[in-house]
Design a protein around this ligand. Sequence first.
Ligand code: SF4
Length: 346
Amino acid sequence: MAEVKEVNKSHNGIEDIYTPVTHNPENILEVNKLKKYYPIGGGALTKAKGYVKAVDGVSFNIKRGTTMGLVGESGCGKSTIGRTILRLQDKSGGEVLFNGEEVHSISKKELRKLRTKMQIIFQDPFSSLSPRLPVGEIIGEAVRQHGIVPKEEHEAYIDKIMASCGLQPFHKDRYPHEFSGGQRQRICIARALAVNPEFVVCDEPVSALDVSIQAQIINLLKDLQEEYNLTYLFISHDLSVVEHISDTVGVMYLGTMVEYGEKEDIYREPLHPYTKALFSAIPMPDPNTKMNRIILKGSIPSPANPPKGCKFHTRCEHCMEVCKTTPPAQYDAGNGHLVACHLYNK
Ligand code: SF4
């Protein structure tokens, strides 16, 4: 049977062509050729001069109860993916299926219900908490609004969630400025968990914290995942942290996913030249082990004017003629280890 392709124009005129995915119930999230373009210039009556292609046709699935790590340099589109999945911003193309339902097609009323199932923990625990509300109110506000538990059980429920996150009942009456960075991140986690989510985007949740506190928060996230059967999309530029928490890993470069697979496969044998360079910078715990650091030449090109062909070709030491003109397809190196590079076109 011929492949059925969706062809339509999104609200900003970007042509969107993709083959709709068939939902697999094992997956909580299915992202198919997701695009997020930001217009340059233009207005209500004038056309945009061009687009910043922050996310340009990214696909991946996340199985229920697992963690997918998303890594890459700053500006590669990691956080944009997280926010577009949650519909905190509109997509420019592609599909985002949560439990088989297209997140960007549902009504505002349905979206409000879905918000409790999909939560986010932000990088900066200092700015993501209202300074005017006591902690009990910050955590309990959405619980009340969404009627998560009956009114008479509200206090006991908040106490339970706080205890799961290592917070004491007396912390409820205190204000965010009275807490350390690590404790504030615990409050953010408690707030996200209180509405009983199934899926949480963790957007650099430990980057703003001291190294000693980072391990506590990561272990807390792992414990909570087990207790509540949570699924995480863990966005980070810290490869050691991602290795510790993830089951699968996606590597982003300039709005595209260049490599994806099981964590063990990606860390044991990275295939894409960009992944190899990125991973060569991971510090070795043994000072006697020699690091074979691969230094990338040049800087990351602008996503408003990305290179033709393979977007990495301007920095790749293996660049061939075909790389300058033709974007590579994704090749499966076995066990679902996907790599977008012409070197693997056998
Ligand atoms: Fe390098 Fe070519 Fe592979 Fe791109 S496709 S990473 S330029 S070898």
